[in-house]
Structures are given as C-alpha cells and as structure tokens.
Design a binder for this molecule. Structure first.
Ligand SMILES: C[S@@+](CC[C@H](N)C(=O)[O-])C[C@H]1O[C@@H](n2cnc3c(N)ncnc32)[C@H](O)[C@@H]1O
Length: 396
C-alpha cells in the first residue's frame, strides 16, 4: 500500500465515523453515537475494570472490538499496521549514556539503529541535551550540529559531549527552531529529530524541503502543540483537526503502575464530580471548561478540592454545604468516571489511525517533493508510544 493510499483510506474512515471519535465523554455524558450503536454502547458499558485497562492500552484490541459492531472499521487494523524496524543490537558505548534515564537511552539506541548510516553532516532539531546527536557523532564520526532553544540544556549537552570525547564533532546551535533564519541550518544536512512537538516538527519537514536537505528522520510528538487553531495539512484534505482532535493522537501513555492508575482514576472522578456539582449549583446544563487542576489540590479531601474549584470559578454556594452534598457528588463523579472510561474506548480506537494519518500527511508531502519515504515503529510502544519514525531520502 502506498502512503497516499493509506492516507486516503484512513481519511475516509476518519471522516465517515467522526461521530465515534470527535465527542469527548468527559464533556458529553452520552455521546450521540450511543443511540446509533446501542449494542456497542452496551458492550462497552458492560466491561469490567480489568478489561477497560487492558483495552485502553491495546490499539488493535480496540479496533477488533469496534469492528464487531461496525464492520467497516475492521480495516483500520491493517491501516495502522506498519512494518517494525528490528530491535537494536547491544553495544558497548557506556560513557555516552551518562545522565540519560533508562527509557530515553533505549529510545535513542533504537532510533540510531533505525536511522542507519547518515547521508551527510547531521542537524539535530530541538536537541535537548543532544543525547541522540552525541551517540551518532560517536558511531559515525560525522559532524553533528544540535539546535536547541534552552541555554541550560545546551550547556549540559556541551559538558556531556566533552565527557564522551565527541566535542570535536558535536556542537550546539542556540536558536529558536521557529525563527525565520533557523531553517538555513538544514541546508546540506541530514536532519534528525526525536520527539519534536507540533509546530517544531512541521517546520522541520517544510524547512528541510525548502533547503533540499538530503535526508530527514523525524519521530514527531505532541501534535496539538501548535499556535494555529487547527492542524495545517500539508496536502489537500477534507479532514479538519482541532487541538482536542490532535490531543487524541497522543492519548496513549506508557503503562502506568497500579498506584498511578488509582490516583488518576480518583482525579478523574473528582473532576467529574465537580463538573456535575457545578451544573447543580449554577443550573447550567452544558459542560464548562476549566483550567488545569494543580496536583496539590487532589491530595486532600473531595470537599477541599471542591472548595478550591468553586473559589477559582467564582461560584457561590447558596447556603453552607451539608457534608452529604460532598459524599453524594463524589459518588456521582466516580460513576461518571466509570462510564466515561468505557464509552471513550470507541474514541481511543481512532487514536493510532489519527497519528498514522498525520504521519502519512508528512510522508505524501515529502514524496511530492522528491523524497523516498518510509514510516515505521523504531521501538516497542512500552519504551514510548510516540514510536513512529518517518525517514525520507532525497532522490539525487
Ligand atoms: C520533547 S524534548 C526532546 C528533546 C530531545 N530531542 C530528546 O528526545 O531527548 C523537546 C525539545 O525541544 C526544545 N524546544 C522547544 N521549543 C523549541 C524551539 N522553538 N526551538 C528549539 N528548540 C525548542 C525543548 O527545549 C526540548 O529540549
């Protein structure tokens, strides 16, 4: 299947079944699709907690479940199935990995293996401390320029390069990747980026094309980090994606511990308890968005949490609240959270298709501009769910 075909098939299914993935059950208690697909809604609402946890982390399992009720969606299984790159061989490069946490280390080794031999001097886009560039400078003896906006990260990266004795080959460019002049650094370079967010990776792709970079390897993340109200597609499309839609593409997280799952479920229940209490106090029926909740607010009691939310939203409690009000709305919050976690499985089935579509948009754009492109997972999702690597090589 070509990238253009994969993009077109994904687009048709995303557009045809938007009713299943656009509504957010956090905001809408019963999405409209429940009336159109009552058997699917009943199946999801009947799942026990263990099944919800397992399905939440299983893209193919979610698609298989949806496909039983909406047969056209079974095709998504093949559309998100991209050939994997083989795992990295063990290597003795100990001193290169000083200061790199274990999971990041494994990501970098896997990325470097998937990249293979560089085509030209390297330009590491949004480099952080330049861990990836440092490894590649050591392995391939090519010069590496690591572009990063944060001075402290550049300082730390320079120290690490000295410690690894690659400072003769790796240097840092302290610059804003989004500034007009930054793309000139891409000319004649093999561009690499590990987890460059939203506008940063789209700027890289467009900049590399404009500067005719010989090669690009990019593993994007955080597609929603864009200054634009909607995703700006690189090719003509009927699909419009808001920030909320773009967030869906990155909702998959590395498996949490049982304790973290308990805490995040409680946080969800309290927020939904507040959503419902707010409606009861104000008479509003629609969901009202609220700013992020500070972690510390979730450590006390539900009554204390509500007090903080109420004060911040400037909502008056008509009379001193009776303790049973909090008990009642905390229970309502838990019930809503259980319902939400089940109904949102229909939405989650579309997260990987959406992410693959976004990569196909970049792939097709690069193909139109004279590159041979592959898109493949460079590591297993338990190292990072943002594990798709787009590799483009310019035809000479
Ligand atoms: C998710 S981190 C990835 C860092 C590194 N590539 C890695 O995988 O360890 C994103 C990096 O982009 C940098 N960054 C954010 N905005 C930037 C900008 N406008 N120009 C250059 N770098 C930027 C951040 O400081 C951060 O180091």
């Amino acid at each position: 299947m070509t990238h253009a075909e994969r993009k077109a098939r994904l687009e048709a299914l995303l557009l045809g079944f938007q009713a299943l993935w656009r509504p957010q059950p956090f905001k809408v208690e019963t999405p409209d699709w429940c009336a159109d697909h009552p058997a699917l809604a009943a199946e999801l609402l009947g799942l026990d907690d263990a099944a919800v946890d397992a399905l939440s982390a299983d893209n193919q399992g979610l698609i298989a479940l949806l496909g039983r009720f909406v047969p056209a969606l079974a095709e998504l299984a093949a559309l998100i199935d991209l050939p994997a790159v083989s795992p990295p061989p063990p290597a003795d490069e100990g001193r290169l990995y000083t200061d790199i946490p274990g999971r990041k280390q494994a990501q970098i080794k896997a990325y470097a293996t998937a990249l293979g031999a560089p085509r030209a001097p390297l330009l590491e886009w949004c480099a952080g401390k330049g861990h990836l560039g440092r490894l590649l400078a050591h392995r391939w003896h090519w010069p590496v320029a690591s572009l990063e906006i944060d001075n402290a990260l550049c300082d730390a990266g320079e120290d690490l390069a000295r410690h690894a004795r690659v400072d003769c080959r790796q240097h840092f460019i302290r610059a804003d990747a989004l500034a007009a002049g930054s793309i000139r650094h891409l000319a004649g370079r093999h561009a690499i980026a590990l987890h460059a967010c939203g506008d940063l990776h789209t700027r890289l792709v467009a900049g590399a094309v404009a500067e005719a970079s010989p090669a690009i390897d990019v593993a994007p993340c955080c597609y929603y980090r864009t200054v634009h109200a909607h995703y700006r597609p690189l090719n003509p499309t009927g699909l419009t994606l808001s920030h909320d839609d773009l967030r869906l593409a990155v909702t998959e997280t590395v498996t949490a511990s049982a304790k973290q799952r308990r805490q995040s479920r409680q946080a969800l229940a309290w927020k939904l308890g507040w959503v419902e209490l707010r409606k009861a106090l104000t008479g509003e029926t629609a969901y009202t968005p609220f700013p992020p909740v500070p972690e510390a607010w979730l450590r006390g009691t539900f009554a204390e949490f509500v007090e903080r939310m109420r004060e911040r939203a400037n909502i008056v409690m008509p009379a001193p609240a009776r303790p049973d009000l909090f008990t009642r709305f905390e229970a309502i919050g838990h019930a809503r959270a259980a319902r939400m976690l089940r109904l949102q499985l229909a939405r989650l089935a579309f997260r990987r298709p959406l992410e693959v579509w976004l990569l196909m948009d970049m792939a097709v754009y690069l193909e139109r501009h004279g590159y041979a492109v592959t898109v493949a997972p460079f590591c297993p999702p338990d190292l990072t769910p943002r594990n798709l690597l787009l590799s483009a090589r310019r035809y000479t």
